[in-house]
Design a protein around this ligand. Structure first.
Ligand code: SF4
Length: 636
């Protein structure tokens, strides 16, 4: 099958049973790859009522047809599971080199089930698959272990690791690869930890069949040339995602002090320019990437000196402004601690800022929290991160995320627990950006920006690339008055567009940030697979996958529906106190208007559940047939 390695590798860790199966052609035709494979496999194979941290949960790795090809930024890999953070559909993607290596070893997908009897690692060397003892590595940091495994096994192996957070089943534990690339969200690292797997190493020496190698070479060269010729290439690439920091602050979307406000006058100390000035040693990119957004550097702080990749924008936002850490070196240090412990920097930043606010408000005392913790204090943040990863002291409470922690603490602390569905909110404050608010509310994994990003449209009326926004002074001059009606169409369009790259197995940033044209992807798909699929046809597959992921959450979460889509109370009751969006918040009535419009356009019922008619329209007959038994219809 052109474009695919052609096999699925299944490992049952309980029985140590290893199976290699042909990749079904119909799966590739109907779901393309990556996120599509994850969603379809979870829908078909996840046993009902599975504990996300129990042996029955699936841990899935999947690449797409463009992964591992001679194309710009073709190193994306998708991970999936039932999410420990939300209890519903979960996926997370990662750059680096792992997905291509897995394909070269012969596998488009890896599916782990069961639980190893003792700490183990999985080694894939082409046809040779082994489960090896990893007890001596248990407790090691992610970065340290990757260094050691590379030394012991050789540079040719691509390595995934979990840190202590994954071992201790922290619900926002991540997977780390290539010394700083993470599959960060939904607690995927905890799922690997629950399976007693500390690391996965893969070495592949095979090749991937393509339909027209000569045309691929030509198209690939043309794609590299065209990316490099984009006006944003020399503007966006040097700072990477951190380059957006000033614009985000200018339009009043910069999460600050646990989302109490959305503007911070210290932003120039922690922006992309600060990274170049104070940290950066070299650029660092993923497989075949012409626009390396990783910035590898050295951070010196009062707590120590570290080498680290990052911080990228999300980390600047959540471990930086949201915790009032106003030195880029200190944010980079906290970033390093998260990477070594195996914590998602987004969720970890939100949890730390919530805990500090609880402490300030007297809801958690000094004895419980272990020390004075304050906004703006790196030592406070590091203390909390260490406690969380090891579930020590207050870490036992915080390791389950802000939603559950707030339920335990009570006293109104849920009002400022910033999450949707149990997944902590990522880097954009949007009380004056109803479209972006709706995107967070309806993201299929919980509050995450990567599923749809319409902030430029909301706050600057722009549909251009991120680079266009950054360089456009005009876009910051006046903010449009927020209107909640008419937002759903743009959000839905973005929810099909962005995840499409996760089906193809390629980075979206060249398209999103630089405006790299869709015609390239149509043509590349054709020369790789030998099949023609228009961009609109690909988008319709992405739409089908969206219906399926919503169905999985509706099937898995008792009482799932509209109330799971509400934003945090803070956004509905506390107007932004300062900055460009001063005075703005969104009312519950406006939230309901947003949801009504969105559900109707999606073909869902007023509670946000896909209807039988809608599911059948997308050929999801299995989902339509099983609806009556879904957990969403049970009393919560
Ligand atoms: Fe990786 Fe960044 Fe390049 Fe995308 S733009 S492939 S995330 S280095």
């Amino acid at each position: 099958m052109n474009g695919y390695a052609g096999k699925i590798l299944r490992v049952d860790l309980t029985d140590e049973k290893i199976e290699k199966q042909p990749l079904p052609a119909k799966l590739a035709e109907d779901f393309i790859g990556g996120r599509g494979f994850v969603a379809k496999t979870l829908f078909d194979e996840l046993p009902s009522n599975t504990d996300p941290l129990g042996p029955e949960n699936l841990f899935i790795v999947a690449s797409g047809p463009l992964s591992g090809q001679f194309l710009p930024a073709s190193g994306k890999t998708h991970f999936g599971c039932k999410s420990p953070a939300t209890g519903g559909y979960g996926d997370s993607n990662m750059g680096g080199h792992f997905g291509p290596a897995l394909k070269y070893a012969g596998y488009d997908m890896l599916i782990l089930t069961g639980r190893a009897a003792s700490p183990s690692m999985l080694v894939i060397e082409d046809n040779l698959i082994s489960i090896k003892p990893a007890g001596t590595f248990w407790g090691m940091g992610s970065l340290s272990l990757e260094t050691r495994l590379k030394e012991e096994m050789g540079e040719d192996f691509q390595i995934l690791t979990i840190g202590p957070a994954g071992e201790n089943l922290v619900k926002y534990a991540c997977i780390t690869h290539d010394f700083g690339r993470q599959a960060g969200r939904v607690g995927i690292g905890a799922v690997l930890g629950s399976k007693n797997i500390k690391a996965i190493a893969v070495k592949g020496t095979g090749s991937i069949p393509v339909d027209d190698p000569k045309a691929l070479l030509e198209e690939g060269k043309r794609a590299y040339r065209d990316v490099r010729a984009k006006p944003g290439f020399n503007g966006w690439t040097p700072e990477g995602t951190a380059g957006i920091t000033d614009w985000i602050n200018r339009v009043g979307a910069f999460p600050t002090k646990n989302f109490q406000t959305s503007y911070w006058d210290q932003h120039t100390k922690i922006n992309g320019a600060a990274i170049l000035r104070e940290l950066k040693i070299t650029d660092k990119g993923c497989y075949c990437c012409p626009t390396p957004c990783g910035k590898y550097g050295k951070a010196k702080t009062g707590l120590g000196e570290v080498y680290v990749e990052g911080p990228e924008f999300e980390t600047i936002s959540l471990l930086g402004s949201n915790c009032l850490i106003g030195e880029i070196s200190e944010i980079a240090y906290a970033n390093y601690i998260c990477d070594e412990l195996g914590l998602d920097t987004i969720s970890a930043g939100v949890v730390c800022s919530w805990a500090i606010e609880c402490y300030e408000k007297g809801l958690v005392d000094r004895e419980a929290i272990g020390k004075d913790v304050n906004f703006g204090d790196l030592a406070s943040v590091v203390h909390l991160l260490e406690c969380i990863a090891r579930r020590e002291g207050v870490g036992e409470l915080l390791a389950d995320g802000v939603k559950l922690a707030a339920q335990k603490i009570g006293h109104g602390s849920d009002a400022f627990a910033i999450h949707v569905k149990g997944l902590e909110w990522s880097g954009y404050e949007c009380r004056n950006a109803p479209g972006m608010m709706l995107a967070y509310m309806t993201s299929d994994i919980g509050a995450h920006h990567a599923r749809a990003w319409v902030l430029g449209h909301d706050l600057a009326g722009s549909s251009g690339s991120v680079h266009d926004l950054i360089v456009s002074e005009a876009s910051s001059e006046k903010l449009p008055k927020s209107e909640v009606t008419g937002r759903a169409a743009k959000v839905i369009e973005s929810q099909h567009l962005r995840p499409l790259f996760d089906l193809l197995g390629i980075c979206r940033l060249q398209f999103m940030e630089l405006g790299f044209e869709v015609e390239h992807y149509e043509r590349l798909y054709e020369v790789v697979t030998g099949k023609r699929m228009t961009w609109d046809e690909m988008l319709s597959v992405s739409e089908k996958v969206w219906q399926l992921t919503r169905s999985i959450s509706a099937r898995e979460i008792t009482g799932f529906g509209r109330r799971w889509d509400y934003p945090p109370e803070r956004f509905m009751t506390e107007p932004v106190p300062d900055g460009p969006n001063r005075g703005h918040c969104i009312s519950r009535e406006e939230v309901d208007i947003l949801l009504d419009e969105y559900y109707a356009m999606r073909g869902w019922d007023p509670n946000g559940i896909p209807t039988v008619t809608t599911l059948r329209r997308f050929g999801l007959d299995d989902a339509a047939d099983s609806m009556a038994g879904w957990a969403c219809f049970q009393e919560a």
